[in-house]
Every structure is written in structure tokens, then in C-alpha cells.
Design a protein around this ligand. Structure first.
Ligand SMILES: [Zn+2]
Length: 102
């Protein structure tokens, strides 16, 4: 979503995932606004929950989508890490030293 900073009056695009997480916070933590951070001056820009709802009327569905994506991404990451670990990081098996019986 495009936001106009109330401090420096510049426009910036708010990350959708962050905004959706913000909506979730509004609903579950009883907040009545979302604080976006201006890319230009780093000030917090207050966005009312009405504005948020207008921008993301289906935020609940989109939030769920996002969480699913995040979970899948994590799974993939885990797999990659496991693959990487198994392909290179295996500790070499110690050669068994056979005690020669004399
Ligand atoms: Zn600003």
C-alpha cells in the first residue's frame, strides 16, 4: 500500500506482509492503528485501522495465505539446510582401528 508520510510528506510503499501482520495485531491486541515506518525519514506513520481495512478488505484470508507461504518457505529452508548438511558436513567415519591380535 502507498502511504504518504506525515512527517516528510513523501510517498512510500508499505510492505504488504508487514501490513497484514499489523492488521493481525490490530485485531488481536486491541490496537486501533498500524504504525508504518517511513522509508525516507524513519518516522512511524500512523495508519488507522479503517484505512487498513479499506486497503486489505480480505486481510484475514491474505494473512492466512501469508502464514502458509511462510510455513512452506520454512519447510523448504529446512530441507535445504538438511540437504546441505548431509552432502558436505558429514563427519568422516572414523576408521575402525582393529586391534591386531598377535
Ligand atoms: Zn517520512
Amino acid at each position: 500500500m502507498q502511504i504518504k508520510c506525515s512527517h516528510c510528506n513523501k510517498m512510500f510503499a508499505e510492505n504488504k506482509d508487514a501490513a497484514l501482520a499489523g492488521m493481525y495485531a490490530i485485531h488481536n491486541d486491541g490496537q486501533n492503528h498500524y504504525d508504518a515506518t517511513c522509508l525516507h525519514c524513519q518516522h512511524a506513520v500512523r495508519i488507522s485501522d479503517e484505512r487498513m481495512k479499506e486497503t486489505y478488505p480480505n486481510w484475514e484470508a491474505e494473512y492466512e495465505e501469508m502464514m502458509k507461504r511462510a510455513a512452506e518457505f520454512e519447510k523448504k529452508q529446512k530441507k535445504l539446510v538438511e540437504q546441505a548438511a548431509s552432502s558436505k558436513g558429514k563427519p568422516k567415519k572414523e576408521k575402525k582401528k582393529r586391534k591386531r591380535k598377535r
